[in-house]
Design a protein around this ligand. Structure first.
Ligand code: ADP
Ligand code: GLC
Length: 476
C-alpha cells in the first residue's frame, strides 16, 4: 500500500514533543513491514538544513493569490524513509518554533501554514497528484493536518482513504471562520456536520468528521476522549463515530532509545550489568551541580512544563520529598509560571534540585539513564513516551493511571510490575506513590526486579505498526 504520513514535526529534523518521535519511528516500522510509506512535512529552516540531496519534484500553486511553492523530495537521515518537503519559505522559514514565535504566541497565520500542508497532502492522495506517486492512504496527525480529510472528501476525483490520529485532543487548531475563503473551503461545510466547532473553523474537528478512520495513541485514551471530562468538546462526535475509533498504543524507537548503544551516553549498560548506570548517576549529579551521593534517591523529570503534565502537583509535594533525602533533576520548558516556580525551587535547594529550562535532546537521554526514578504525574496523557523510555533505561516511572500511562506501566504490586501507578490527580496521592517508589529503591532487591521487568518489556513499534497496517487494509 502507498501511505502518505503527514506530520508537522519529525525526529531528528524538528521536535517539540512526542509527535516528532512517533513520526520518526512509525513510518520506518511501516516500511519494515513492506509498505511504501512517505512523509510530508513543512520546510522549516532546520528541515531544509538537515536534509541532504533534496530534489525539486513539483511547483504548485496551492491557494489563489498565494505565491507558488515547491515540493522537494529527499530521504530521512538514518531510516531512509522518503520524505516530501513543502518548501514555502514565506510560511515556514522562520526563526523560533514550528507553531509559535519566541514569546510563546501562536504564529498569526497558522491557519494558512497548516491549511497549505493539509491541501498538499490531499493533492498527493488524489488523481491530481503533482508527482508520479498517489497515496492510497493519507495518514494525518493532529490538527495541523486535520483539513486533509476534508479536502479529500470535498474533491470530486478518485482519492485516497484517510486516517486521523489524535495525539492530543486538547490542541484543536480552531480559527476564525474568515479563513474559509482563503483556504478554499466552501461556506456549506461550515456546519456542525463539517468543519464548524462552536462558531470556529476547527482543523481537528474537520479531521474527525471527514476522516475514514480515527485512531488515538492508546486504547484507554480512546475511551477517555468519548467522555465530557476529557473530550475537550469533541466527545459527542467521537461517540457518534465510535465504530470508526480505535486506540493503538505508540511504541518507541528501539535503536534511538537503547542504553546499550545510546550515542549520548558514555557509560552504556544493559540488563545484564547495571553498574554503569550507577556510575552515570554520579556523573549526572556532578554535571548538574547536585551532591554526588550514590545513595540519595534521584528523581527525574523530562517534560513540557504544562498543566497536562501535572507538574504543579509535584511542586506541592517536593519539599517533603527533598527533606526526606531525595534529589530532583528537571529538564523542561513551557509555561513561564511553572518554569519560574521550578527555578525558585532549585535556588531554595542548592545541591538537591537541578532545573534546566531548555530543549536538549542529549541531556534528555542522560537524565533518563542517570536518575533512579522517573516522574510523570500527568493529568491526562494520550500515550506518553517518556515512561517507556524510563522502563527501557531501568528507571522505573511513577505515573498516574490515565491514557497511555495506564496502558504501558504495570504497578509494582504485580509480579511483572514495571513502575508505580496512582489514581487520583492530587498531590497527596502522587506523594504516597513517590514515597512507595523511594522505599522500594532503598530496599534494593524488589527495585531491581522492577527495573529488569521494565528493561525486558516489549515496547517497540512492531506490534503497533502491524495494527496500523491491518487498519489500512480494512479501508483500502
Ligand atoms: P508530549 O508529546 O506530550 O510532550 P511524550 O512523552 O509523548 O509527551 O513525548 C515527549 C518527548 O519530548 C520525549 O521524547 C521527551 O524526551 C521529549 N522532551 C520533552 N521535553 C524535553 C526537553 N526539555 N528536552 C529534550 N527533550 C524533551
Ligand atoms: C502527544 C501526547 C503524548 C503522546 C505524543 C505522541 O504529544 O501528549 O501523550 O505520547 O503525542 O503520540
Amino acid at each position: 500500500m502507498k501511505i502518505l504520513f503527514v506530520t508537522s514535526e519529525v525526529h531528528p529534523l524538528i521536535k517539540t514533543g512526542g509527535l516528532a518521535d512517533v513520526s520518526g519511528a512509525l513510518p520506518a516500522a511501516l516500511q519494515a513491514l513492506g509498505q511504501d510509506v512517505r512523509l510530508l512535512i513543512p520546510g522549516y529552516i532546520p528541515v531544509l538544513d538537515k536534509l541532504k540531496d533534496k530534489r525539486t519534484v513539483a511547483a504548485l500553486s496551492v491557494f489563489a493569490g498565494q505565491p507558488e511553492v515547491r515540493l522537494l523530495s529527499a530521504m530521512m537521515p538514518e531510516t531512509g524513509v522518503p520524505v516530501y518537503v513543502l518548501d514555502a519559505p514565506q510560511y515556514y522559514c522562520r526563526v523560533a518554533g514550528p507553531y509559535q514565535y519566541e514569546l510563546g504566541g501562536d504564529w498569526p497565520d497558522n491557519a494558512m501554514r497548516f491549511g497549505m500542508l493539509s491541501r498538499v497532502a490531499a493533492l498527493l492522495g488524489s488523481d491530481a497528484s503533482p508527482v508520479a506517486w498517489q497515496a492510497d492512504i493519507v495518514h494525518c496527525n493532529d490538527w495541523q493536518s486535520g483539513l486533509a480529510p476534508a479536502y479529500l472528501q470535498l474533491t470530486p476525483s478518485t482519492h485516497a482513504k484517510s486516517v486521523m490520529t489524535i495525539h492530543n485532543i486538547a490542541f484543536q487548531g480552531n480559527f476564525d471562520r474568515d479563513w474559509l475563503a482563503p483556504l478554499d473551503l466552501p461556506q456549506s461545510c461550515f456546519d456542525m456536520h463539517g468543519v464548524e466547532f462552536h462558531g470556529y473553523l476547527s482543523f481537528l474537528k474537520a479531521g474527525l468528521h471527514y476522516a475514514d478512520r480515527i485512531v488515538t495513541v492508546s486504547p484507554t485514551y480512546a475511551h477517555e476522549i468519548q467522555s465530557t471530562e476529557m473530550g475537550y468538546g469533541m466527545q459527542g462526535l467521537l461517540t457518534v463515530r465510535n465504530g470508526d475509533v480505535s486506540g493503538i498504543l505508540n511504541g518507541i524507537d528501539e535503536q534511538e532509545w537503547d542504553p546499550a548503544t545510546d550515542k549520548y551516553l558514555t557509560l552504556r549498560y544493559d540488563s545484564s550489568n547495571l553498574a554503569p548506570k550507577t556510575a552515570g548517576k554520579l556523573a549526572l549529579q556532578q554535571r548538574l551541580g547536585l551532591e554526588v551521593d550514590e545513595k540519595a534517591p534521584l528523581l527525574g523529570v523530562v517534560s513540557r512544563l504544562t498543566y497536562q503534565k501535572g507538574l504543579d502537583m509535584l511542586l506541592e509535594c517536593l519539599p517533603k520529598l527533598l527533606d526526606g533525602g531525595a534529589q530532583l533533576a528537571v529538564l523542561g520548558s513551557g509555561e513561564s509560571d511553572l518554569e519560574q516556580r521550578y527555578l525558585q525551587l532549585a535556588q531554595r535547594y542548592p545541591g538537591r534540585v537541578s532545573v534546566t529550562v531548555r530543549f536538549d535532546e542529549g541531556l534528555s537521554h542522560q537524565v533518563m539513564a542517570g536518575v533512579d526514578i522517573f516522574l510523570m504525574p500527568s493529568r491526562f496523557e494520550p500515550c506518553g513516551l517518556n515512561q517507556m523510555y524510563g522502563m527501557r533505561y531501568g528507571t522505573p516511572p511513577v505515573v498516574r493511571r490515565t491514557g497511555g500511562l495506564a496502558d504501558s506501566v504495570t504497578d509494582a504490586k504485580a509480579p511483572d510490575g514495571t513502575g508505580f501507578v496512582f489514581d487520583e490527580a492530587d498531590p497527596a496521592a502522587l506523594y504516597r506513590s513517590v514515597v512507595r517508589a523511594i522505599e522500594c529503591y532503598r530496599d534494593g532487591k524488589k527495585f531491581r526486579s522492577i527495573q529488569l521487568n521494565g528493561m525486558r518489556r516489549d515496547v517497540g513499534w512492531r506490534g503497533s505498526a502491524q495494527r496500523y497496517v491491518d487498519l489500512y487494509r480494512t479501508m483500502a
